[in-house]
Design a protein around this ligand. Structure first.
Ligand code: ADP
Length: 491
């Protein structure tokens, strides 16, 4: 097991406060939240549980910082974002370890995925800060007007993020919000507040003006709900469960906040008979089990052509049997624990429901699971019908459900038989089929002969009940800007 770095131990042992107006300040209330290490069920530390008054203070600080931040040369905003990315790279080991200790993910995954993506996207959006342009338009009814558009920041952004990629999700919100000249109040998930608090320390070091970024720890009802409802917040960006997204829509309507919502998924992978089987097994395996299955994009429903169904399923089961469960700090572990006791109970409940409703577990149901910590045995189901809970609801755990199809039309229908529409995977060597299926699937992303690719320059976001408003890429900028039209009479 890798030892905990001194710098990480020292950070965790600090008294954790709220980051408001460029200072660490105590909460106005006295409530604290326990923060757990999911690998051994111990309490790592406590953080402040912010309430409505703290949210008021954070929103006021973000509002006060807005004129200076908007007036700052775009090149300086770019430089600050770039420097934040650089500083995270310098502290990569530390951040990876903090997310491992607090979220459970393996350090190897944090280093391979979370860290490069967060630094890459901060630098990508640094580039955009200097490239935001309006247009001049010649009105169709006559040319005696000079008409142009300005792309302006929306104002104060409230960001509410989940626990599955704690540091990375901070970057998803900070990058585009700050590049476009907004200020922000960010609330990390109550389960995983630590990397956001460490980030607050380096935000100060890097030199962001006070109040541009405020980080407020707390739970959903106590801190998230007042942030979503606050009339001083102009836009809310949320990543999390669909049911929480629906509450946020309700809360946000009071002052017509602009919104972008990245919600749940139940993504399909379609494996056709002509697929490269090695690649398809490895790709669908990663699609389901990466990050302990705690990904909105998890390709949890796998549909396989009849002709290769038996062989594919056996190979997937063999691959799952190679998983080594253990603490994320142990380099021999290939899968860590789930994030919380609650999540462990929830996922086990889904597995039980699958069995009760008549599906069959075809993976080794006896393989050992560490007793301490929130581990769940990775599981493969077959024989599930379309109406079962394990087919319809987002499990957010290491559980695959493998089904069959006999032709392309059936495959597309199965893929689309869900309320969600986040991602999808297609495994085939037939290039014409690729384009037919990509057009037919109702999802924001179609991965062909790959799965789970992310890049700061490539937009991502759901259809149907998976939400609206793209993240990443140039598209994300649109949801943090508002277009103002100026008509000038030239007479
Ligand atoms: P999970 O149930 O998996 O934790 P959630 O969607 O509930 O997923 O949590 C994602 C984020 O939403 C967290 O930061 C959480 O605190 C926040 N949250 C939960 N409930 C609410 C709510 N009613 N209003 C605003 N934010 C909330």
């Amino acid at each position: 097991m890798a030892p905990v770095m001194d710098s990480v131990a020292s950070f965790i042992s600090r008294e954790h406060q709220l980051f408001i107006g460029g200072e660490f300040v105590p909460s106005k209330g006295t409530s604290r939240l326990d923060v757990y290490n999911p690998a051994d069920d111990t309490v790592l530390t406590t953080v402040a549980a912010a309430g409505a008054e703290d949210i008021d203070a954070a929103v006021a600080a973000a509002r006060a910082a807005l004129p200076e931040w908007r007036a700052l040369p775009a090149a300086r905003r770019a430089e600050l974002l770039w420097n934040l990315g650089t500083r995270i790279t310098e502290l990569a080991d530390e951040f990876a370890q903090i997310d491992t200790l607090n979220n459970g993910k393996t350090t190897a995954d944090a280093m391979a995925v979370d860290i490069p993506l967060v630094t890459g996207l901060l630098k990508y959006y640094a580039g955009w800060a200097t490239k935001l342009e309006g247009r001049t338009i010649t009105p169709m009814g006559g040319s005696n007007f000079h008409v142009y558009t300005r792309r302006e920041p929306i104002g104060v952004v409230g960001a509410i993020i989940p626990w599955n990629f704690p540091l990375l999700m901070c970057g998803y919100k900070l990058g585009p919000a700050l590049a476009t000249g907004n200020t922000i109040v960010l609330k990390p998930a109550e389960q995983t507040p630590l990397s956001a608090l460490r980030l607050a320390e380096i935000i100060r070091e890097v030199g962001f003006p006070d109040g541009v970024i405020n980080i407020v720890t707390g739970d959903g009802p106590g801190a998230g709900a007042p942030l979503a409802a606050h009339h001083g917040v102009d836009k809310i960006t949320f990543t999390g469960e669909t049911t929480t997204g629906q509450k946020i829509i309700d809360a946000a309507k009071g002052n017509m906040k602009k919104m972008s919502l990245e919600l749940g998924g139940k993504s399909p992978s379609l494996v056709f008979a002509d697929a490269d089987l090695d690649a398809a097994v490895e790709g669908t395996f990663g699609a389901v089990y990466f990050n302990q299955g705690q990904c909105c994009i998890a390709g949890a429903r796998v549909f396989v052509h009849d002709d290769i169904y038996d062989e594919f399923t056996q190979r997937l089961v063999d691959r799952v049997s190679q998983i080594r469960l253990g603490p994320g700090l142990d380099p021999d572990s290939t899968m860590g624990p789930l994030v919380s006791r609650e999540q462990q109970t929830r996922v086990r409940g889904f597995i039980d429901s699958g069995v009760e409703q008549g599906a069959t577990i075809v993976s080794d149901a006896q393989s050992p699971v560490p007793e301490q910590g929130y581990f769940v045995r990775p599981t493969v189901f077959t024989g599930a019908t379309a109406d079962m809970r394990i087919m319809r609801e987002e499990i957010f755990g290491p559980v695959a459900v493998v089904g069959k199809f006999s032709d392309e039309e059936q495959a597309i229908a199965a893929a689309n038989d869900t309320a969600f529409g986040l991602c999808s995977g297609v495994w085939t060597r037939d290039s014409a089929r690729v384009h037919r299926v990509a057009a037919g699937i109702e999802a924001g992303t179609v991965y062909v002969n790959t799965y789970g690719m992310f890049d700061p320059a490539v937009p991502y976001g759901g259809f149907k009940m998976s939400g609206f408003g793209k993240e990443l890429g140039e598209e994300s900028l649109d949801s943090y800007l508002q277009t103002k039209t100026v008509w000038v009479n030239l007479d």
